[in-house]
Design a protein around this ligand. Sequence first.
Ligand code: DSN
Length: 429
Amino acid sequence: MLSALEKYDPQIYELITQEQARQSGALMLIPSENYVSQAVKQASGSCLTNKYAEGYPNKRYYEGNQVTDLIETIAIERAKKIFKADHANVQPYSGSVANLVAYNALIKPGDTIMGLNLSSGGHLTHGSSGSITSKIFKAVNYDVDFKTGYLDYDAIADLAKKHKPNLIISGLTAYPRQIDFSKFNEIAKSVGAFHLSDIAHIAGLVVAGLHQSPVPYADIVSTTTHKTLRGPRGGMLLCKKEYAEKIDKAIMPGQQGGPHMHTITAIAVALAEADTEEFILYAGQILKNAKRLAEKLMEYGFDLVSGGTDNHLMLIDLRNKGVPGKKAAKALDRARVVTNFNTIPGDPAPPLSPNGIRIGTPAVTTRGMKEEQMDRIAGFIKTVIENVDDESVIEKVNREVLMLTSQFPVPDHFMLPGRIKKHPLTETN
Ligand code: DSN
């Protein structure tokens, strides 16, 4: 494929090559990023990108969907199996779309939604002031306890009683602790609200049994497919049987036209990869690495929100180091340590210049890095932050990172041992 690209569009070919080199020579610590397998990449770049398939398997508005019907059915069945869900829809283009679809399926414009504040680790689509979700709906936000950094379920229950939301969202993009979805469900039900759980960040941990699953509790569960789940960039919805038709209709014709069949094909592959012993070990190592990285950073005097992590990510409050988050993230990037600047709970600084950075371990774990390498990464972060204005020190770290990453090549061709079993659907057809 690349040779054709090289021939016809050398400029784009060259840029892809540069990006490949960047990804390979850097420590990708953004907790929402990961590396997909060659099998997922191949499915994503396949001829399925050519096909329109509006509708659902065996109920399409276009002809020629004999193969896409089988592929989408396999993806749905694999999703239902690994998440133990009654119903799955694999068509949402992204996590943001999936959340909007869930709102549209359950509530109406003008209703009240209640989600985690962006600055406390929530997502834009959980009712943030800049998001259309706060324009269509009345948005109420809960925060983490600013002193402990943890969710305070009593305070959330009180807020729910006060505002009587129609829908409560549980879920995170920058909360470093486990979430008790059963408690969220109790709170939602006590005020007659629907419960949407957004597990975009932790889907892989949920599948591996390393985080409580919201599937038995929430009315609808939304997720992306490309973070800890390690699939292509996409979205997915899971729900109880009673909401199946509502969800399907809210996606098509409610919000989307033709599904991206190449993405759904790659999602199917990723879901099978996640249904293996190797994936469970991978998810376990993500957590071990995160814990070790957090411990080492704290040893170096870094202030971690909530005093550590019990998932794949952590938030560093940089105020005691006297370095703003953006300045820190830019300096780290020059040293090939890629993070993102992030608000910390109750951050007095604006979101474009916050006091924190967010880091996580899913991508470096995919490269095979373990606790020993986490110690080195913590050392890189310490050196850069303590020498944030010294380009010669940053350049030295840059070279050390390059040496470390060369020992853990991007698993561009990593394959799981053995082959994914043939699905009975294609055996009988
Ligand atoms: N952009 C994602 C993240 O980085 O967490 C959330 O959508």
